[in-house]
Design a protein around this ligand. Structure first.
Ligand SMILES: [Fe+2]
Length: 291
């Protein structure tokens, strides 16, 4: 069995920017939207604590589903990498994907971080669509859903080409008996309809189509800073619309989408845990407190 920890939306700041960079302070306060304190050390502490709680509870693979940094500056990625190094996690046990915040400064910020400070964790993290990370009873498909855009936008994209690359993996007999996990920052739904255009996932229908055609496929996401559990509602009519429903409406149905809370928010460790059992992920009940 394998136990997976799911963290998200860490929003690490550059602690060394200090008082000399008014522009950085202004930008980070703006994107923090006034709803999370702009304290670099508090965010470092929350990430370190969430990782340590996950380790204490037996996690042996760690997924962080995007918005690792506040604006995607190199110095923020370096700070983020330091916390991961200090946590002493085996390099093949960490799967990272970028979020919209990680793409606010450079179009190639993620690629640079993967080659630079996060190189140690690149093997199991997002690269080209279709990359698969085999971890015994579970295989992860980490996806980069970001695009380079201004801080006025926060949406993502999941193209038909990305869906085709995932599709090929799902049809590969080598992964027939494994739990299959799509990992991406943006979920294919938005709880606030009016926000869908600026904050949602363009091409979300491609994700729903994959989930409908591959009953073994499950999805881990972040972005919404709250715990979500969704099931897939399918119609018996071929080609009929597929919709998502909260798991609470059908407690016996298999959860297909798991959303994580933001590691940077609140006082709890803000981490989810799942056990891989019989080819699927099963969520353990939070909260998980430090011992
Ligand atoms: Fe986000």
């Amino acid at each position: 069995m394998r136990r997976i920890a799911h963290l998200s939306d860490v929003h690490i700041l550059d602690a060394r920017a200090g008082t000399r960079r008014a522009r950085y302070r202004f930008a980070t306060q703006l994107v923090s939207l006034g709803h999370r304190g702009v304290n670099p050390l508090a965010r470092v502490r929350r990430l370190a604590r969430a990782l340590s709680v996950a380790k204490e509870h037996g996690a042996d693979h760690f997924v962080i589903s995007g918005d690792l940094t506040e604006v995607g500056e190199d110095a923020e990625f370096e700070q983020f990498a330091e916390v991961l190094h200090d946590a002493k996690l085996p390099e093949d046990s960490v799967t990272l994907v970028p979020g919209n915040h990680d793409a606010y400064t450079n179009g190639d910020g993620w690629a640079r971080a993967m080659r630079g400070p996060l190189a140690r964790f690149a093997a199991a993290s997002a690269a080209a669509a279709g990359k698969i990370v085999d971890r015994g009873p579970v295989a992860l498909l980490p996806i980069d859903s970001t695009r380079f855009q201004t801080i006025a936008w926060s949406g993502g994209v999941f193209t038909k080409a990305t869906a085709a690359a995932v599709d090929r993996r799902m049809s590969d007999p080598a992964f027939r008996d494994k739990a299959m996990l799509l990992v991406l920052h943006h979920p294919p739904f938005h709880p606030v309809k009016a926000m869908k255009w600026i904050d949602g996932l363009r091409g979300g229908a491609n994700v729903l189509d994959l989930l409908a055609r591959h009953p073994r496929l499950q999805l881990l996401h972040g972005h919404l800073h709250r715990i979500f559990n969704h099931i897939l509602a399918t119609s018996s009519a071929v080609g009929a619309a597929v919709g998502l429903r909260p798991k609470s409406e059908a407690p016996d149905a298999a959860t297909r989408l798991f959303g994580a809370p933001a590691t940077c928010d609140g006082d709890g460790p803000n981490v989810r845990l799942y056990d891989v059992k019989d080819g699927a992920l099963h969520a353990l009940e939070p909260p998980f407190q430090a011992a």
